[in-house]
Design a protein around this ligand. Sequence first.
Ligand SMILES: Cc1cc2nc3c(=O)[nH]c(=O)nc-3n(C[C@H](O)[C@H](O)[C@H](O)COP(=O)(O)O)c2cc1C
Length: 204
Amino acid sequence: MAQRAKHSDPEPSGRTLVVAATGASGARLAVRFLGHLLAHPGVGAVHFVGSRAFALVAASEEGKKLPEMLKGLPGREKLRLYQEEQLDACVSSGSFPVDGTIIIPASMSTVGAVASGAGRTLCHRVAEVALKERRPLILVPRETPLSLIHLRNLATLAEAGALIAPFIPAFYQRPGSVEALMDHFFMRLFDHLGLPSALSTRWA
Ligand SMILES: Cc1cc2nc3c(=O)[nH]c(=O)nc-3n(C[C@H](O)[C@H](O)[C@H](O)COP(=O)(O)O)c2cc1C
């Protein structure tokens, strides 16, 4: 059973990452990415927060609740889970050391909240903390088409230092499955996090 992190928890060896999943389509992106992170020997701890809308979308897309979706993931002892209301979580504070934060998938609502500095939930807060502490922040937005407001919010976040990485599949590696498409994208995210991986083949 994953536990809530306490400030007294020992420092993990390996990277400490924060993953937030919000209510955009693609709940499986969050779960598969989480599994790859937990399995990676260079990752010591993953703090995961899912919004209420994420749970709703996951139930509608996968027909499962979060605990069932997380069942069977490797490295569960590295995982700490939070609710979006837990604004007193360790990851809510810039004083808690974190090596990188990823919002996957990122809804336009969360993008707007973070871009305007009007965050209300722990998902918003972890992104705001990453920006103010000048730590790596990756956003995986999902919406189509994008309104001018969406584009402006994304540009604001890019200007503030976030990496905007929409899940736009590559086909040059000739993927044979949706999982292969996702893994190629995840390999690119791992590259940006400085985590060596062989999740897919590279263009050579
Ligand atoms: C099935 C379903 C799919 C959705 N897909 C998207 C989407 O792809 N992108 C998006 O920005 N919002 C999407 N939404 C709307 C968000 O869930 C909604 O804006 C919500 O308030 C986001 O809250 P959060 O950012 O706190 O998770 C979807 C909602 C549902 C129920």
